[in-house]
Design a protein around this ligand. Sequence first.
Ligand SMILES: Cc1cc2nc3c(=O)[nH]c(=O)nc-3n(C[C@H](O)[C@H](O)[C@H](O)COP(=O)(O)O)c2cc1C
Length: 208
Amino acid sequence: MDVSDALRRRRMVRSFDGAALEADLVSSLFEDSLRAPTAGNSRGISWLLFSGSDEVASYFSVTTDAEWRATSTRFEGLSRASAVGVCLADPTLYTKRYSEDDKKSSGLGEHVAAWPVPYWIGDAGAASLAALLLAEARGLAACFLGAFRGIELLRDLSQIPEGIEIYGSVLLGRPDGNDHRSPSLDLPGPTRSERVHRALFSPNPSAS
Ligand SMILES: Cc1cc2nc3c(=O)[nH]c(=O)nc-3n(C[C@H](O)[C@H](O)[C@H](O)COP(=O)(O)O)c2cc1C
């Protein structure tokens, strides 16, 4: 499968079959995703892996709450993911790299606040997309989940140091075929061609 096929076929899958995946399959996929570029080759992006039902259950026990688990139509399917990779970003590796001789004229080595665009966030997105595409190419299913709940509990659970930012999670597994179509897919919005501006930024017609 080439990259265009993987990009076209990829969909978030939110209902997994719960079967275990070989440990190598999981770790190599997340390692390979780190071929995604990082600014200045800072390499400040990493993954925290939860593999197998016990570790995945402990991930969900802190990143969801009882009320959400009881009311979400998605929880059961998501909770049967075979593995979860939490994407982490370390801004200090970026400031350190940009303090080096070949980069220091940028001024970005001074402090995290000097960065007009926090590239570690973009790089975390790139690694996450790479993981989603690799899942597609390797016949697996995956879903990205935002880091909205239980961040401090997750920090405590996995002893994630204070300065490390938690970007979100990629769930991995095999689909059980019981997915619900996401309502997000049916929302009106700009088309892809309206989102490619040519020389002038033209307002998108769907927004008016
Ligand atoms: C940064 C980001 C955060 C997302 N957070 C969630 C989430 O918390 N829960 C969820 O079910 N889907 C989440 N999604 C998935 C999007 O809803 C989904 O990608 C979008 O509706 C398009 O569907 P598709 O990926 O199947 O094409 C997220 C996607 C991105 C890129």
